[in-house]
Design a protein around this ligand. Structure first.
Ligand code: HEC
Ligand code: HEC
Ligand code: HEC
Ligand code: HEC
Ligand code: HEC
Ligand code: HEC
Ligand code: HEC
Length: 350
C-alpha cells in the first residue's frame, strides 16, 4: 500500500502508461505529470493547478496495458451532482487526497506524507509514530468495530455525515482518526435492494471497487469479530493481496470439519470438485470477482456469502458457478447444486 503516489521527476520508472505512441485520449505529456497514482490495477495522472491537484482525463489500465478514458459521469457517484462536468475542475483535495495520504489538512491542502503511512492506522503520534515499538493506537487493542474502522476509513464507498464542510463537498471521512468510531464521520453508501445502482448489485453485494468495508460488515465473520487483519497483514506479506497465508490456507486457519465455523465434511464433500480444482478454492465460490475496478478488471467480493444461480435468475447478479462454467446456464448450475449432498435446496432456491 506504500507506493501508490509517486513523483515521476524522482521516480521516472513510476510511469507505467505508454506515452511513446500518440493516443487521442492522452492530451498531456509525461512532463505535465506531477504525481502518478496507482500501480496494481490502474494508474492515473495528477497535475498541480494553483494550490490543488487535478486528474488528467486518461488512465492506464495496468492489466490490459492500454489507455482508457478517466471521467466519472454525471448521475453515477453522488458527488457528480455538486461538481462541474469539466474533469479539470474536480480537485483531488476534496475527492481523493484524504484517503491517499496521512494527516491531510483541509485548510492548507497538504498532508504530512503521501500514501498509506504508519500514522494513518496508528494515529497521529509525532515522536511516537517514529518509534514503531510505541504506536499511539494499536488496532489490535481496539474493540472489533473500531479496529475494522481503521481499514474501512479508506476501503469503502460512503459520504461524510456533514457535507459540505466549510463550503466544499468531500468524498472522504474528514476528521476521522484511528480509535474513533468511523460512523460518527462517515455513512456507508446504501444498497437499494432489487435495484442495480452505481455502487451495488440488486442483492446488496458491492458492484464497484474499494467497497471491501461495505461488503464485509454484512457478513457473519464481521459479526463474530473476525477482523480484516485476520486474513491480511497490511504491513506486507509475500502473498497475493497481503494475505497472511496463501490460497485456502488463509481460510483453513479457522475453517474445517472439526472446527465450529465449518464447513461440515471434507473439502471435496463441501465443494463437490476435485481437491486440486479451481472449483475447490474457497475464494472461487465465496469471493467471486464481480466488483469493477477498470474495464474488465474486477476485484473480489467481501460478503463471503454464496450467491446462488437462483438469485442471478431473479436479480441479475452474477453467480460463481456460471461465471466459471461460461458455457452453462444458471439452471444447469442450480440442478447440479441441488444434487449435492452438502447443499440444502431450501437455501439455494431449488
Ligand atoms: C494499513 C494500516 C496500517 C499501517 C499503514 C501500519 N500498521 Fe502497524 N498495525 C496495523 C494493525 C491493524 C495492527 C494490529 C495487528 C493485529 O491485529 O495483530 C498493527 C500492529 C502494529 C504493531 C504491533 C503493535 C503491538 O504492540 O503489538 C507495530 C509495532 C506496528 N503495527 C508498526 C507499524 C509501523 C512502524 C508502521 C509504518 C511503517 C505501521 N505499523 C503501519 C495496521 C497498520
Ligand atoms: C489511507 C487509506 C488506507 C487505509 C487506512 C487502509 N488501506 Fe488498504 N489500501 C489502500 C490503497 C490506496 C491501496 C491500493 C494499493 C496499491 O495500489 O498498491 C490499498 C490496498 C490494500 C490491499 C490490497 C493490496 C494488493 O496488493 O492487492 C489490502 C489487502 C489492503 N489494502 C488491506 C487493508 C487493511 C487490512 C487495512 C486496515 C488494517 C487497510 N488496508 C487500511 C488504502 C488504505
Ligand atoms: C474513501 C477513500 C478513497 C478515496 C476518496 C479515493 N480513493 Fe483511490 N483508493 C482507495 C483504496 C482503499 C484503494 C485500493 C482498493 C481498491 O481499489 O479496491 C484505492 C485505489 C486507487 C487506485 C488504484 C491503485 C492501483 O494500484 O491500481 C487509484 C489510481 C486511485 N485509487 C485513485 C484515486 C483518485 C484519482 C481518487 C479521487 C478521484 C481516489 N482514488 C479517491 C481509497 C480511496
Ligand atoms: C480468524 C478466523 C477465520 C478466518 C481466517 C476465516 N473465517 Fe470464515 N468464519 C469464521 C467464523 C468465526 C465464522 C462464523 C461462524 C458462525 O457464526 O458459526 C465464519 C463464517 C464463515 C462463513 C459462513 C457465514 C457467512 O458470512 O457466509 C463463510 C462462507 C466463511 N466464513 C468463509 C471464509 C473464507 C472463504 C475464508 C478465507 C478467505 C474464511 N472464512 C476465513 C472465522 C474465520
Ligand atoms: C464450489 C463452490 C464452493 C467452494 C469452492 C466452497 N464453498 Fe463454502 N459453500 C458453498 C455453498 C453452495 C454453500 C451453502 C450456501 C448456503 O446454503 O447459503 C457454502 C457454505 C459454506 C459455509 C457455511 C455453511 C457450513 O457448511 O458451515 C462455510 C463456513 C463455507 N462454505 C466455507 C468454505 C470454505 C472455508 C471453503 C474453502 C475451503 C469453501 N467454503 C469452498 C460453496 C462452496
Ligand atoms: C476471511 C478473510 C478475509 C477478510 C476478513 C478480509 N479479506 Fe480482503 N481478501 C481476502 C482474500 C482471500 C482476497 C483475495 C486475494 C486474491 O484475489 O487472491 C482479498 C482481497 C482483498 C483486497 C484486494 C482486492 C482484490 O480482490 O484483489 C483488498 C483491498 C482487501 N481484501 C481488503 C480487505 C479489507 C479492507 C477487509 C476488512 C474490511 C478485508 N479485506 C477482510 C480475504 C479476506
Ligand atoms: C473457479 C472455477 C469454478 C467454479 C467457481 C465452479 N466450478 Fe465447477 N468445475 C470447474 C472445473 C475446472 C471443473 C472440472 C473438473 C474439476 O476440476 O473438478 C468443474 C466441474 C464441475 C462439474 C462436473 C463436470 C461438468 O462440467 O459437468 C459440475 C457439475 C460443476 N463443476 C458444477 C459447479 C457448480 C454448481 C458450481 C457453483 C457452486 C461450480 N461448479 C463452481 C471450475 C469451477
Amino acid at each position: 500500500m506504500a507506493n501508490v503516489i509517486r513523483d515521476p521527476k524522482q521516480h521516472p520508472e513510476a510511469i507505467l502508461g505508454d506515452f511513446s505512441i500518440p493516443n487521442p485520449l492522452v492530451t498531456f505529456t509525461k512532463e505535465d505529470v506531477t504525481f502518478t497514482y496507482g500501480t496494481k490495477w490502474k494508474q492515473r495522472y495528477f497535475t498541480k493547478i494553483g494550490d490543488d491537484f487535478f486528474v488528467f482525463p486518461a488512465q492506464w489500465d495496468v492489466r490490459n496495458k492500454t489507455w482508457r478514458p478517466y471521467y466519472v459521469k454525471h448521475g453515477t457517484d453522488w458527488w457528480t451532482a455538486v461538481y462541474p462536468a469539466d474533469q479539470m475542475q474536480r480537485p483531488t483535495s476534496t475527492l481523493c487526497d484524504g484517503c491517499h495520504s496521512v494527516n491531510y489538512d483541509i485548510k492548507t491542502k497538504t498532508p504530512t506524507e503521501w500514501n498509506v503511512g504508519c500514522e494513518k492506522c496508528h494515529g497521529a503520534g509525532g515522536a511516537h509514530a517514529a518509534n514503531p515499538k510505541a504506536p499511539i493506537v494499536n488496532p489490535a487493542k481496539l474493540d472489533d468495530v473500531r479496529a475494522d474502522d481503521v481499514c474501512i476509513q479508506c476501503h469503502s464507498q460512503g459520504q461524510p455525515r456533514t457535507n459540505p464542510i466549510e463550503g466544499r463537498y468531500y468524498d472522504w471521512p474528514v476528521g476521522y482518526q484511528p480509535g474513533d468510531r468511523l460512523s460518527k464521520f462517515w455513512k456507508l453508501e446504501e444498497a437499494h435492494l432489487g435495484e442495480e445502482t452505481f455502487t451495488h448489485w440488486p442483492d446488496g453485494t458491492a458492484h464497484k471497487n474499494r467497497m471491501q468495508g461495505n461488503d464485509y460488515v454484512q457478513g457473519q465473520m464481521y459479526l463474530k469479530g473476525v477482523r480484516c487483519h485476520a486474513c491480511h497483514d497490511s504491513h506486507g506479506t509475500k502473498h497475493e493481496a497481503l494475505l497472511r497465508l496463501p490460497g485456502n490456507a488463509v481460510c483453513t486457519q479457522c475453517h474445517s470439519a472439526v472446527l465450529q465455523p465449518g464447513p461440515r465434511g471434507s473439502l471435496t464433500f463441501h465443494t463437490q470438485h476435485a481437491a486440486d480444482s479451481e472449483g475447490s478454492k474457497c475464494v472461487s465460490c465465496h469471493m467471486p470477482a464481480i466488483q469493477q475496478t477498470i474495464a474488465n478488471v474486477n476485484v473480489r467480493s467481501h460478503t463471503f456469502k454464496f450467491i446462488s444461480p437462483a438469485v442471478s435468475e431473479r436479480e441479475g447478479v452474477p453467480n460463481p458457478c456460471a461465471s466459471c462454467h461460461k458455457d452453462k446456464s444458471n439452471q444447469w448450475a442450480l440442478d447440479a447444486l441441488n444434487s449435492w449432498p452438502s447443499v440444502s435446496p431450501w437455501r439455494v432456491g431449488g
